[in-house]
Design a protein around this ligand. Structure first.
Ligand SMILES: NC(=O)c1ccc[n+]([C@@H]2O[C@H](COP(=O)([O-])OP(=O)(O)OC[C@H]3O[C@@H](n4cnc5c(N)ncnc54)[C@H](OP(=O)(O)O)[C@@H]3O)[C@@H](O)[C@H]2O)c1
Length: 286
């Protein structure tokens, strides 16, 4: 038997999680049984519970089974918590920058740097997006709350501004730059706020697309607009994880841990993620 958390109805937030004892899962063909040392919480976890997304998943337990092609070995130099922070958040940041925005990382390109805006750069996805973007030929502008400005600068951002000020809310770069790429890790900011800040061929990568995002996406596509809104969903693959683990091992990327909770207090980790004010990643350890 093993300890795990589960819920049996949509809604309820942290209070809807129940501590249970269940059987250790049995792997099928092409699956591996994993003894869990660390788990990271992502907003998708509680959005699944809310019933607001069609995806499925979960791993608040002492053991889990996973498809072999989706797992990667952790180098000895990397802690379980630093590695557990990667899936979803870092994979999303990496995919958005490279697959959607076409940024080349580790590039000795001495041409004109791409101007990149990362919104909510203090969060799980954003803190990886800033660091990964700086591996390419970029000028990175980032938004976060006042208390995190120095933290986000320490990740490599060239300019950082407070999203709660009027200038910040308008997403205007302090240096007057227009953005070639926006990695939008916030929710609720309309296209009309991004539009005047985008360069002529600027691309807004929306990680939390709403109906209105899909309408804008279609409108921009069908009117051959040079400015585009592109919705993006992370793609979990072993190659992506191995690449990011290698960056951690080489010290080129850091997983910033906001807080750690034991499995007995996993509901507090859940509530903290719902609260939406983490700096980096929230970790649960069985
Ligand atoms: N498409 C995908 O595959 C995918 C994958 C992962 C995540 N996502 C989505 O991406 C979003 C971000 O996820 P996450 O894990 O990075 O969230 P998170 O870690 O919970 O983000 C929290 C951080 O965001 C900051 N923040 C909140 N609103 C902000 C704003 N308007 N401007 C600047 N900073 C703001 C908060 O700063 P303060 O505390 O100062 O307010 C806090 O540091 C979520 O909606 C998530 O569902 C999508």
């Amino acid at each position: 038997m093993m300890r795990a958390l589960q819920y049996d109805a949509y809604g309820g937030g942290a209070a809807g999680l129940q501590h249970v004892e269940v059987g250790v899962p049995t792997p099928n063909t092409n699956e591996v049984l994993i003894k869990i040392e660390a788990i990271s919480i992502n907003p998708i976890d509680w959005k699944i519970q809310e019933g607001s997304t069609p995806f499925r998943g979960g791993g608040l337990a002492e053991f889990a089974v996973a498809t072999e092609s989706l797992i990667a070995a952790i180098p000895s130099q990397v802690s379980a918590a630093e590695a557990a922070a990667l899936p979803i958040a870092a994979l999303t940041a990496h995919g958005a920058l490279t697959q959607v925005a076409g940024l080349k990382l580790h590039h000795d390109d001495d041409g004109h740097p791409k101007n990149i805006l990362v919104t909510a750069a203090s969060g799980g996805v954003g803190h990886y997006a800033v660091q990964l973007a700086k591996l390419g030929n970029t000028h990175v502008t980032a938004t976060c709350g006042a208390r995190n400005i120095d933290f986000v600068k320490s990740l490599g951002a060239d300019e950082v501004f407070d999203y709660t000020t009027p200038e910040g809310a308008a997403l205007r770069s302090p240096s007057g730059r227009k953005y070639d790429v926006v990695i939008n890790c916030t929710t609720g900011i309309p296209w009309s706020t991004f539009d005047p800040n985008l360069s002529q061929n600027g691309v807004l990568v929306d990680l939390t697309p709403t109906l209105s995002s899909f309408v804008t996406f279609a409108l921009k596509k069908f009117t051959f607009s040079k400015k585009q809104l592109l919705p993006f969903f992370a793609n979990v693959k072993r190659e992506g994880l191995e690449y990011l683990l290698q960056l951690l091992k080489e010290g080129k990327l850091k997983s910033i841990i906001d807080s750690k909770f034991p499995l007995t207090k996993a509901e507090d980790a859940w509530a903290k993620s719902i609260d939406g004010h983490a700096t980096g990643k929230i970790i649960v350890e069985p």
